[in-house]
Design a protein around this ligand. Structure first.
Ligand code: LMR
Length: 397
């Protein structure tokens, strides 16, 4: 049977990760996979996470199964982190939340639930998007349509083209949106765009599916949630997939959540029972460790304060790398203007150079960048920034 299988293409992001690992050069720089690195190039365990792990070691009395929706404290605290403590939806009973295996698991549970509600459902995905969105959501069985999101020539969101396309989305279709820190462009919707898309969702009758994997890394924990909170107030139905990989640094613990907002509390109960069946058929119950830590951190004043201050450090370090990089490469012979990198948010921006220039960066300098020219700003630090800036200026020559 297996002889029928052909090799698949390597994942554009994860393939780059292993190519980087195998490169023996000391001066190599990893600007590929979206993982935070500190100024020494290390991906640390956050201190708040370490402290929670120490407490968990003492109090955890069992490794028995969790329930299918995962840890109740985690689910409750995640919803409050996403929607804000005082959000009016919290008391309506219209929410159903499940812990999920990472942001990817949350997206997949969301997709499978949509298909249970509508077997021929279509999801609209902005271009460009995270390269795994189409395989993950399309692989579940959703039909994929696309809407224009980012203009690589103008280096900004193509708002008019996006809105024109969204005006054509039929009732009952789903529209994928990035909550903040757009991956791969770093170009985020501003509040007026969110308001307009919310109006469109109401008038057209489409259902937004918000993927938020970077809350706190863009403009801050509260501002990054503007879109989610606005849509949760205004719309009868909404899906939110969230990840704790980046903002809690829990990548390998596969910690995320999926929240469904339904038209009524009785509907929400049915959604939860269906989502539990989805999870049972795919993985039964999610891994506990990361969620127990996040629940503990968000529920404890001291740990939460510690976590927020570390997260703010992460956010500010990325912002400062954006600005230093742009200043160091602005006087380039090709006359390319990189100011968009300063304006954008989160871990990523497009460098916007040619394929040949990108290839030279990798071959001649050991600088690893995803083929779309997406760079992870968190891979830059005070030691490698001079080398990186010179290398970029050299290949632009
Ligand atoms: C990324 O976009 O680099 C991250 O979200 C990691 C991944 O799984 O692709």
């Amino acid at each position: 049977m297996f002889e029928n299988l052909k090799p698949t293409q390597t994942d554009p992001i994860l393939g780059l990760m292993s190519a980087f690992r195998n490169d023996p050069r000391k001066e190599k720089i990893d600007l590929g996979v979206g993982v935070y690195m500190d100024d020494s190039g290390h991906t640390p365990v956050m201190k708040a996470v370490k402290a929670a792990e120490a407490r968990l070691f003492d109090v955890e009395g069992t490794k028995s199964y969790q329930a299918i929706p995962g840890d109740a404290l985690f689910n409750e605290r995640m919803v409050r982190l996403l929607l804000g403590d005082g959000h009016e939806i919290l008391t309506t009973g219209r929410l159903s939340t499940l812990q999920a295996p990472g942001g990817s698991g949350a997206l997949r549970v969301g997709a499978e639930l949509i298909l249970r509600a509508k077997t021929d459902a279509t999801i609209w995905i902005g271009t460009p998007s995270w390269p795994n969105h189409v395989p993950l959501l399309g692989g579940a069985g959703l039909s994929i349509r696309q809407y224009p999101y980012y203009d690589t020539n103008l280096r900004e969101i193509c708002v008019d083209a996006m809105m024109e396309t969204l005006k054509l989305v039929p009732r009952g279709d789903v529209v994928l949106l990035h909550g903040c820190c757009h991956n791969p462009s770093g170009a985020d919707l501003d509040p007026s765009h969110w308001d307009e898309i919310t109006e469109l969702a109401l008038s057209r009758g489409f259902i937004p599916f918000i993927d938020i994997a970077y809350q706190g890394l863009g403009k801050g924990l509260e501002d990054d949630a503007y879109g989610i909170r606005t849509m949760a107030s205004a719309l009868p139905e909404l899906i939110i997939a969230s990840s704790c990989s980046k903002n809690f640094g829990l990548y390998r613990e596969r910690t995320g959540s999926v929240t469904f907002i339904s038209g009524s509390s009785s509907q929400a109960d049915i959604v939860l029972s269906q989502a539990k069946a989805v999870a049972r058929q795919m993985y039964s119950m999610p891994p506990a460790h990361g969620a127990l830590l996040v629940g503990m951190i968000l529920d404890n004043e001291e740990l939460r304060r510690q976590w927020q201050s570390e997260l703010e450090e992460v956010r500010c370090r990325i912002l400062s790398m954006r600005s230093i990089l742009v200043d160091q490469i602005k006087n380039n012979n090709a006359g390319i203007n990189f100011e968009h990198i300063k304006r954008q948010s989160g871990m990523f921006s497009f460098l916007g150079i040619s394929d040949q220039q990108l290839e030279r960066l990798r071959k001649d300098f050991g600088i690893y960048i995803v083929s779309s020219t997406r760079i992870n700003l968190a891979g830059i630090n005070s030691t490698n920034i001079g080398y990186l800036a010179e290398a970029i200026k050299t290949v632009l020559h």
